[in-house]
Design a protein around this ligand. Structure first.
Ligand SMILES: Cc1ncc(COP(=O)(O)O)c(C=O)c1O
Length: 430
């Protein structure tokens, strides 16, 4: 056992023992957490507007999830495929109850990347086709299949190739940065890119799936035009292509509806879920309709830990709590409040070039003239942390602050965090 130590000593030990691959957003050393608060080993109380990267949507150690996990720990932890267990079936039933109606079967995995891997395999198996279309700016994870779809930073891919063949990237409708059409014109970029790809690179009948984040996460909290997801659905239907929605970051009430695809009233063929599904317990899933899922014959896909009983107990508690406490509606309401305040800041903070969001998944993009203001975002983040607020950046240029506080945060704490952010911005962006 290592002796208790101060934060600096823990960081030194970390540097010795833990792979340097991890990119750390802060130097906090956290010992415990509750709701929207992180408590550090050196006695700091920090407001958490990052939720462990979009995971603790119900806040750290939500009492209902804690109780469900405690109860399950004393009953059963693990069977894998050696035996059925009720919690996994309960968790699947809970999940199916909130999914778009046509998605009624579940495969539990351990991480978002693993859910994406399963979804790719399922789409290939179900269609008998090989190719996959993904988007520039996408993040789908770091395992080889998922990494082959990920295109939000070249760093993730450098020196890792060759990646999976048969993957094609087209542009995401990131209109603020990359389109020239008028604000109220329909964005035709992606449909044109798709038609070009089909005409020049891969015939549509060779494409198994289009994989999309309904709101792009790591790529910059990019909210696409409302026509985008319905257009993808139409193109997929026309060519027998599966639409895979990666809701790993946008799912579970974050955008003001249980899933971001609900805004477009579109049902994907396969959906990938993780992060807030277990509110911090490591569990993920991909879901589809029976017909698609039965393309997997017995033994063709599997996992040891997926569907772990303790993690499944957390899933049931998360879904019951989100439904009972109307968490999507709360996210929508709090999100409107944050957007209003942030749009107010734009009046005199000129580098705050774009404020966008759905529900409480909000991005603030900073520019200096035509250049992404990456260093400014770093300075604002450090300034905010010194004042007691943890915020995370994102975006292909790292110039977007993402605001993803817990959806359960009391309004006074939400405003206290926004006050800190405003003070940090005014000091650094002046
Ligand atoms: C949209 C999306 N998909 C997949 C992943 C990968 O999830 P994990 O880190 O659990 O493998 C992430 C992680 O940030 C994500 O944001």
């Amino acid at each position: 056992m290592l002796a208790a130590a101060d934060a600096a000593t823990w960081r030194e030990r970390d540097a010795e023992l833990i792979s340097p691959a991890y990119h750390m957003y802060s130097d906090l050393v956290v010992e415990s957490a509750e709701g929207a608060h992180l408590h550090t080993v050196d006695g700091r109380d920090v407001l958490d507007f990052g939720c462990g990267i979009g995971v603790t949507n119900l806040g750290h150690r939500h009492p209902a999830v804690v109780a469900a996990v405690h109860e399950q720990v004393d009953l059963l932890w693990h069977t894998s495929v050696t035996a059925y267990h009720p919690k996994m079936i309960e968790a699947a039933a809970a999940l199916v109850s909130i999914m778009p109606p046509s998605l009624d079967q579940v495969f539990f995995t351990n991480s978002g990347a693993e859910a994406v891997e399963g979804a790719i395999k399922l789409a290939r198996r179900a269609t008998g086709r090989s190719d996959i279309i993904a988007f520039v700016g996408a993040f789908h994870g770091r395992t080889y299949g998922a990494l082959s779809l990920t295109a939000s930073k070249a760093t993730y891919r450098r020196g890792m190739g060759p990646l999976l063949p048969g993957i094609h990237h087209i542009r995401y409708p990131y209109c603020f940065r990359y389109c020239t059409h008028a604000d109220d014109d329909i964005c035709e970029l992606v449909e044109r890119e798709l038609q070009l790809l089909f005409a020049t690179t891969t015939a549509p009948e060779t494409v198994a799936a289009i994989v999309v984040e309904p709101v792009q996460g790591e790529g910059g909290y990019v909210v696409p035009p409302a026509t985008f997801i319905p257009m993808l659905r139409r193109v997929c239907d026309e060519h027998g292509i599966m639409l895979i929605a990666d809701e790993v970051q946008s799912g579970f009430a974050r955008t003001g509806k249980m899933f971001a695809v609900n805004h477009a009233r579109v049902e994907p063929d396969i959906m990938c879920l993780a992060k807030a599904l277990g509110n911090g317990m490591p569990i993920a899933a991909f879901t589809s309709g029976h017909r698609v899922m039965s393309a997997f014959r017995e033994g063709e896909h599997g996992t040891t830990y997926g569907g772990n009983a303790v993690a499944c107990a957390a899933v049931v508690a998360v879904i019951e709590t989100m439904t009972r406490d109307h968490i999507p509606e709360r996210a929508e309401r709090l999100g409107r409040h944050v957007m209003e305040r942030a749009r107010g800041w734009q009046v005199d903070i000129k580098s705050l070039a774009d404020v966008r969001g759905l529900g409480l998944m909000i991005g603030l993009e900073f520019m200096q003239g035509d250049a992404p203001a990456t260093r400014l975002v770093d300075r604002i983040s450090r300034n905010a942390l010194a004042r007691g607020l943890l915020i995370l950046s994102c975006g292909i240029d790292g110039n977007v602050i993402r605001l993803i506080p817990p959806l359960t945060i009391p309004e006074s704490e939400l405003d206290a965090g926004l006050d800190i952010l405003e003070a940090a911005m005014r000091e650094e962006a002046a």
